[in-house]
Design a protein around this ligand. Structure first.
Ligand code: IMP
Ligand code: MG
Length: 181
């Protein structure tokens, strides 16, 4: 491990900076393979959680792409996911007929991503895939399978760092960890 000072609020590091870099490089390769014949790729990042993952992912993507972003959020905010999802910030790009790759931080209950996918599908992209850094399949409420993911996490792990927040804090940590009670 690199000489990282661990934030005192962190209980346990789940994924170090090195582990994240290595895995994200593999995911960039997956993007290169998946879209090698595409001439109109739009990589849609779901803010704010996707930010470090998104930035690192595209550095090793060699297919031409357009970057764009959305904010989709539960109505009542906070850590608990409500059933209702709304678009707070929409895309700039018209995605009709394009290859769209959604880059998400985590698929947990599946609500946010399912709703976002259905909104974007209604705009008739040519293809639509989902890549998420973390996947928590044991916590699904809405059935959803991402096209690829970085790491699996346990149902009871509430994670922070590398884009993940606890009430908007700790997104800037270069690693992913669990938080102390
Ligand atoms: P959903 O439950 O799949 O709809 O996930 C909704 C959102 O909750 C995700 O996009 C994350 O922003 C957030 N989220 C879910 N699990 C965690 C976590 O362990 N730490 C921080 N944010 C989380
Ligand atoms: Mg999110």
């Amino acid at each position: 491990m690199r000489n990282e000072t661990v934030d005192p609020r962190i209980e346990k590091i789940l994924f170090s900076q090195e582990q994240l870099e290595k895995r994200i490089k593999e995911l960039s390769e997956w993007v290169n393979q998946t879209y090698k014949d595409s001439s109109n790729l739009v990589v849609v990042g779901l803010l704010k959680g996707c930010l470090p993952f998104y930035a690192q992912l595209i550095k090793n993507v060699n297919v031409d792409l357009i970057t764009d972003f959305m904010i989709a959020s539960s109505y009542d905010g906070g850590n608990k996911s409500s059933g209702n999802v709304k678009i707070i910030l929409d895309l700039v790009t018209n995605i009709e007929g394009k290859d769209v790759l959604i880059v998400e931080d985590i698929v947990d209950t599946g609500r946010t991503i399912s709703k976002t996918v259905s909104i974007l599908k209604s705009r008739n992209p040519k293809t639509l895939k989902v890549l998420t850094l973390l996947n928590k399949p044991s916590n699904r409420i809405v059935s959803f399978e991402p096209d690829n993911y970085g790491f699996l996490v346990e149902k009871d792990d509430f994670v922070v760092g590398f884009g993940f927040d606890d009430e908007e804090k700790l997104r800037q940590l270069p690693y992913i960890g669990t938080i102390k009670e």
